[in-house]
Design a protein around this ligand. Sequence first.
Ligand SMILES: C[S@@+](CC[C@H](N)C(=O)[O-])C[C@H]1O[C@@H](n2cnc3c(N)ncnc32)[C@H](O)[C@@H]1O
Length: 318
Amino acid sequence: MRRFIVIGHRVATSGDFNLNDLCGSAGRLDILLRCINSSFFLSHAIRRDVELFLILKGEPHPPRTIRVNGREIKYLNPDERSTAALIRNALLKKLDGEVRSTPGIYISKRNFEDVIEEVAKTQLIYLKEDGENIKDVKIKDNATFVLSDDRNLNEEEESILEKYNAHKVSLGPLDLHTDHCIILVHNEMDRRDKLHEDKIIQFESTDFGKVVIDGRTYGDVLIANNEVVPRNKGFLRRVFGTSHKISEEEIERLLEGDVEVIVIGTGQSGVLFVDSQIIEKIKSANVELVVAKTPEAIKLFNSLAKEKKVNALIHTTC
Ligand SMILES: C[S@@+](CC[C@H](N)C(=O)[O-])C[C@H]1O[C@@H](n2cnc3c(N)ncnc32)[C@H](O)[C@@H]1O
């Protein structure tokens, strides 16, 4: 899930603002409404895999956090006035913890740090002109992007981001509108997702001594960084006297790139030996390890590779 957090420094925190004056009496609520549009609207569709937190810091009851969840959202239209009415309804709710106002719109008294703490296990990205170029940054699917409204984040807000090790990332040299930044992030991430989908490796079948991958037949293989490499069984036999063991070099390759899961297929009847040192090394690199007999392992690889960066070592004989 992609997440955005936007701080509205002056946005009203009571529901008695004038829907005809969203820039004035509502304290630049118009900026946050445009952020809702940019976060969720596609042409004739809603982005379901998105969550947006709006931190409202204006008078009279700051702070308020509005959470908008793309999977549940209903009654969202592209015109800002009708979305402003949804926000006003939320602000009129009596609060006790986080309260659902309408489907997909929640409100609470949480402040910026509470929200950052909640998402701290995701990759935190602070969007700022002078950050590292987004093109050079590896970004995980579950990243959280933090932006400000028409004012920069203040020192206290920046120090909270520092405390949680947020990575400062730039979308370009110019100072852009917040809602435009959200569109640019979506575009960058959509392109990366598409590239990843286009290159996803998928196994077709396995039988004794072979696997078929995307129409080609191989013996034992190692998959790393979206590349299929035959295992060097001659080398393994020379070193270990058998290809039923995994070499140091193979483990190094399996840990390449920003791998999230390693799948090991232990053969048709599970003879490949995965020793405890290998398991320890993979776990200490914070990489998930899946070990299964090859017919099961290739199925697991196929489904995991659609969601995560997966490397694999597949033994094909016994
Ligand atoms: C309109 S700008 C903030 C106010 C402005 N910098 C000022 O002069 O007070 C809105 C927000 O969008 C994000 N932003 C704008 N331009 C950006 C860029 N080139 N790269 C990354 N983030 C940017 C930042 O989070 C920024 O706080």
